[in-house]
Ligand binder design. Structure first.
Ligand code: IMP
Ligand code: MG
Length: 184
């Protein structure tokens, strides 16, 4: 692939392929919610910061639906000693979830723990419906079962960057999806 990429990264999905896939997802999501939403009832899209900001921005702009947008910021970290993952909410929602149709938008599902944590948090608030959209589904390390309603790409190789995904805060802005090459 010949789109822009820094050395040390192997391109996996081009910006054009992402745009085409988002357009398909947008049509599918809009068709599904047109059946669920009452006339003039907005869907509530919830993006998980930081990684989801690019996917959310692209997705909402192809959704032909009344829509409201909110964000949470979650941070998850591994505890090596007890081999568990902690999720910390660094920024809470600002909007009411109770009685709303909610679509959670995330960059990637890997272990699945971050999304599982947020789903429990949101379910307790009794939304009318709750679905998940992820740009990338990485299933090989999944630790909890997750029902992903909308998946951009299933990619099961290595550590991915670009299109919102970072490595040590770098590469989020890159327009495609890339794998970090071994040894770099
Ligand atoms: P989880 O492992 O499903 O809980 O994912 C937690 C978070 O880890 C995601 O929201 C990403 O921020 C990050 N993450 C997991 N896999 C990757 C990857 O391949 N590249 C960049 N970030 C990742
Ligand atoms: Mg993330």
């Amino acid at each position: 692939m010949d789109f822009f990429h820094p050395s040390g990264l192997e391109p996996l999905v081009s910006p054009e392929a992402i745009t085409a896939r988002i357009a398909e997802l947008g049509r599918q999501i809009a068709a599904d919610y047109q059946k669920l939403l009452a006339p003039d009832e907005p869907l509530l899209a919830i993006g998980i910061l930081n990684g989801a900001f690019i996917f959310l921005a692209d997705l909402v702009r192809v959704l032909d639906l009344p829509l409201e947008i909110d964000f949470v910021r979650l941070s998850s970290y591994q505890d090596q000693n007890i081999s568990s993952t902690h999720v910390v909410m660094l920024k809470n929602l600002e909007m009411e979830v109770r009685g709303r149709h909610v679509l959670v938008v995330e960059d990637i599902a890997d272990l699945g723990l971050t999304l599982a944590w947020l789903l429990d948090f949101l379910k307790a608030k009794e939304p009318k419906s709750l679905k998940l959209a992820v740009a990338v589904d990485k299933t090989e390390r999944r630790r909890v079962s997750l029902n992903l309603d909308y998946v951009g790409f299933s990619i099961n190789e290595g550590f991915l960057v670009g299109y919102g995904l970072d490595h040590a805060h770098k590469y989020r802005h890159l327009p495609g999806i890339y794998k970090i090459k071994a040894g770099s």
